[in-house]
Ligand binder design. Structure first.
Ligand code: HEM
Length: 451
């Protein structure tokens, strides 16, 4: 009898796993990461330098180094491989950076009506292909990746994206984002296949712009891959998935958006609030190229690694910062609030801000015009569950009881997946941090570069 009782006492522990194990594993993961990676970097804001100084330091002319001199860069380069040295975000200031940044600005300078038309076309293709049933459960991030693959392929090569190219681009982008979140290991052959494909396109003259003659074809392919077929796809899929998931979980917001798909102003508020509560960047880092004097008592010496914590900054200075409240932006100015979803103007902020906001809004309008969304899954900034969502065509009828059952099952599945995933992230993430420290991609690159 006693033995039976002891055996039974495990049951509550097992049943409550989803409530305590994932957070415990996250703490353990952070501890392990610090052990492997070392305690590099000053997080901002912190107890000494509060949020009121954050923008001043981020925008400082000496917060200028991108990758050289920080062990943290080895990690970013590992996840962004191949060719992180040609990713605009990671090129140090100088001639090469200026050239690449100008080319990106030119490619992204597209009139608003063209951006909207292209979004409409790509959303139309993918929704018709993937959402043909009256209702179905999808992962929003996966649903959206092909949309942005088609969009950016057409923007770069000025031709419709063929199916095999879409497959290569989605394969590359999902591999990057899944590895970044510790949900799977890197699969370099998959990423290299896209590089070879882009090299072939470049050799055929399919890219209508000229690079400087000292850029090899491989470097040109790395630039295209990094910005348009990795960052653009990942960021856009996550940004729209966050928006739709937030809307799915706030029925009143959804009702208003669906009833007025032409209410540009309210769509803007919803997108703004989504990017506040779920900023796509967790941390951006800079290496100081000279001292930064914060005040009479604090100076950040040259060579410091500064880690700008976006979610922490976006939580300061708001009433009920944890609540999704698009209406708060009726009263607030983005410039005055603690709000930098696209970085800090003057220090390499996102060149795609305009195109991203226009296409995010358009994608949300199209989706909500055609479908009702429901989700009981957890919504966190890193979104490792890829945003499960019940999508019901507007003209279809799903009885209340059936919808309730689907949502209960979704919640249960999400909670148990979280348990398994957190353990997986612990092991895979720790392995990748260790592996990145062995490869030292950034450190070796700068050691071999004559400056
Ligand atoms: C909603 C979507 C997006 C968000 C929230 C976002 C956010 C950001 C942020 C915060 C930065 C600055 C990071 C830092 O200070 O180190 C950044 C930089 C960058 N983003 Fe985006 N991004 C988005 C979409 C895109 C897209 C679609 C592209 C490509 C077409 C893109 C390309 C870049 C590049 C190339 C940089 C580096 C800029 C430089 O160092 O000169 N982003 N992004």
């Amino acid at each position: 009898m006693r033995r039976k009782l002891t055996r039974l006492s495990w049951i509550p522990l097992i049943l409550t796993l989803p409530y305590w194990l994932p957070s415990l594993v996250i703490r353990l993961r952070m501890w392990l990461f610090t052990k492997v990676n070392g305690e590099e970097g000053l997080q901002l804001p912190n107890d000494k330098i509060d949020a009121t100084r954050f923008k001043q330091i981020y925008g400082h002319k000496n917060a200028a180094g991108r990758s050289q001199g920080a062990a943290l860069s080895d990690l970013f380069w590992y996840w962004l491989s191949p060719g992180a040295e040609m990713h605009q975000e990671h090129i140090e200031n100088g001639e090469r950076y200026e050239y690449v940044a100008r080319m990106t600005r030119e490619i992204l300078a597209v009139p608003a009506n063209r951006i909207e038309a292209l979004t409409e076309k790509c959303m139309g293709n993918v929704l018709a292909e993937k959402l043909s049933r009256p209702w179905q459960v999808v992962r929003l991030r996966d649903l959206l990746m092909p949309v942005w693959a088609e969009f950016y392929y057409e923007l770069v090569f000025a031709e419709q994206c063929p199916a095999y190219a879409r497959q290569l681009i989605v394969g590359n982008a999902s591999d990057v984002v899944n590895a970044l979140k510790g949900c799977s290991l890197r699969h370099m052959p998959r990423r290299n296949r896209l590089t070879r494909f882009l090299e072939k396109k470049l050799r055929q003259g399919a890219f209508g712009r000229a690079f400087p003659t000292d850029f090899t074809v491989e470097e040109q392919a790395f630039y295209l891959q990094g910005t348009y077929f990795n960052t653009a796809i990942v960021q856009m899929s996550e940004a729209v998935a966050h928006t739709l998931l937030a809307v799915a979980q706030h029925p009143q917001v959804q009702e208003r958006l669906a009833a007025h798909t032409d209410d540009e102003h309210y769509y803007d508020l919803v997108v703004t609030e989504t990017l506040r509560l779920f900023p796509l960047f967790g941390i951006a880092h800079r290496i100081t190229s000279g001292d930064i004097v914060v005040d009479d008592e604090t100076t950040l010496p040259r060579g410091s690694v500064l880690c700008f914590n976006y979610p922490a900054y976006h939580q300061t200075g708001y009433d009920r910062p944890d609540t999704f409240l698009p209406e708060r932006w009726e009263q607030l100015s983005q410039k005055e609030a603690h709000y930098i979803p696209f970085g800090v103007y003057g220090n390499r902020s996102c060149p795609a801000q305009r195109i991203a906001l226009i296409s995010m809004k358009k994608a949300a309008q199209i989706m909500l015009g055609q479908f009702q969304l429901y989700s009981s899954a957890s919504h966190t900034r890193s979104m490792p569950n890829r945003a499960p969502c019940l999508v019901v065509a507007r003209e279809a009828r799903l009885p209340y009881l059936a919808r309730g059952s689907v949502l209960s099952l979704m919640k249960l599945q999400d909670q148990w997946e979280d348990v398994v995933r957190s353990i997986q992230q612990l092991f895979l993430g720790s392995f990748m941090v260790w592996h990145a420290r062995q490869l030292k991609l950034a450190e070796n690159h700068f050691a071999n570069t004559v400056s």
